[in-house]
Design a protein around this ligand. Structure first.
Ligand code: 9UX
Length: 70
């Protein structure tokens, strides 16, 4: 199991958080997604290797951008 934290820009409400959480949760191996709305910190817990590209793509799919993170 591993965790990685990303910073996501553009989330301003609880629905934004839900959208990002749902998209990232669909990535294979992801077991938990935690979002801190005020800071945009998104912590992803997964079994095995988590692809940073997959996280970036999922965040973009939801309509937001990863601005930093592994
Ligand atoms: Mo409402 Mo959150 O448009 O973007 S879902 S602020």
């Amino acid at each position: 199991m591993s965790t990685a934290t990303y910073t996501v820009s553009g989330m301003t409400c609880g629905h934004c958080v839900s959208s990002v959480t749902e998209e990232i949760s669909e990535i294979a191996g992801v077991t938990d997604v935690s979002v801190d709305l005020p800071t945009g910190a998104v912590t992803v817990t997964s079994d095995g290797e988590l692809s940073a590209d997959a996280v970036r793509a999922a965040v973009q799919e939801a309509g937001y951008e990863v601005t930093s993170g592994a």
